[in-house]
Design a protein around this ligand. Sequence first.
Ligand SMILES: Nc1ncnc2c1ncn2[C@@H]1O[C@H](COP(=O)(O)OP(=O)(O)OP(=O)(O)O)[C@@H](O)[C@H]1O
Ligand SMILES: [Mg+2]
Length: 317
Amino acid sequence: MEIWIEKYRPEKVSDVAGQKETVKMLEGFIKSGEMPHLIFAGPPGVGKTTMALCLAREMLGENWRDHLLELNASNDRGIDVIKNDVKEFARNGSITDGKFKIVFFDESDQLTPEAQAALRRTMEIYYKNVRFIFSCNYSSGIIPPIQSRCVIVRFRKISLEDMVEALKKIADTEKLPVDGEILEAIFENSDGDMRKAVNILQSISFIEKPTVKDVFDVAGSIDEKEVVPLLSNMRHGNFVEASRISTGLIVDKGFSAIDIIKALHKLISREQTSPIIKRESFMALGDVELRLAQGGSDNIQLDYLVARMCKLSTENL
Ligand SMILES: Nc1ncnc2c1ncn2[C@@H]1O[C@H](COP(=O)(O)OP(=O)(O)OP(=O)(O)O)[C@@H](O)[C@H]1O
Ligand SMILES: [Mg+2]
């Protein structure tokens, strides 16, 4: 079985979903055959590694693999080895017509500042025939002297529209019967991360007639709809009923307290209620989230939350 995130990894800059401004800029580089050193910064799964490979492929032409050196800072490799690799790569088999090669430093914010400092000179010495691309989650993980030698390209989370379009293409190719509701549910569970979204899509492809609920199950989170009755009872101060519902969510449906809190948070964010109730609710959710992280038990903490929220609603009648 092929993993879809690899099977559907875009091969051309223009095929990368979202990142429209970046696509435009990189296409300009490809057209002119010139590019500066680059830093690709942004959240996980939005196309940084993909885009670097697309750029290399289109920039370097047919034997692009021979002119690209991929280094992953997460692999435990000393900076001396890295510098030697870069040196050797830069020297050997120089590209014709004064063209440059590309060194791609993936996950470069994992490099220690000392290692990065050692790279500064290397970048300058080999500027004539080597361009560097660094990818990282936060550009602040790259030391200022390297930042100032590069153009920083910001990658953004994938929007609903772009994600649905990209997922639809994959689903059509795979002849997977999914409607707009399912794709939107995948977006909701993806946090704008395309890798996560494609993985969810592949997981539900094993289900015969996948539903929105399957998406939430696979993603291991709760559809907000599940906590609507809970919130409504808490807002009416019905402690007994609210407590019964919250226990049911844990015992019968198998959700964790933290899932329930996250779903409540989303729901309350959009709720039409007084600013005071909203404020106090968020404070209660925050307290309980912290207690859970410190090892509080799911059922006791949820009962505490229900008690506090019910008290809040009766006090503010
Ligand atoms: N913008 C995108 N358009 C289309 N597919 C994408 C996009 N971003 C990510 N993907 C899919 O997700 C997979 C992983 O993306 P990629 O490795 O480029 O993420 P990344 O931004 O480098 O993440 P990380 O910060 O975790 O390294 C790709 O193989 C591709 O299938
Ligand atoms: Mg990456």
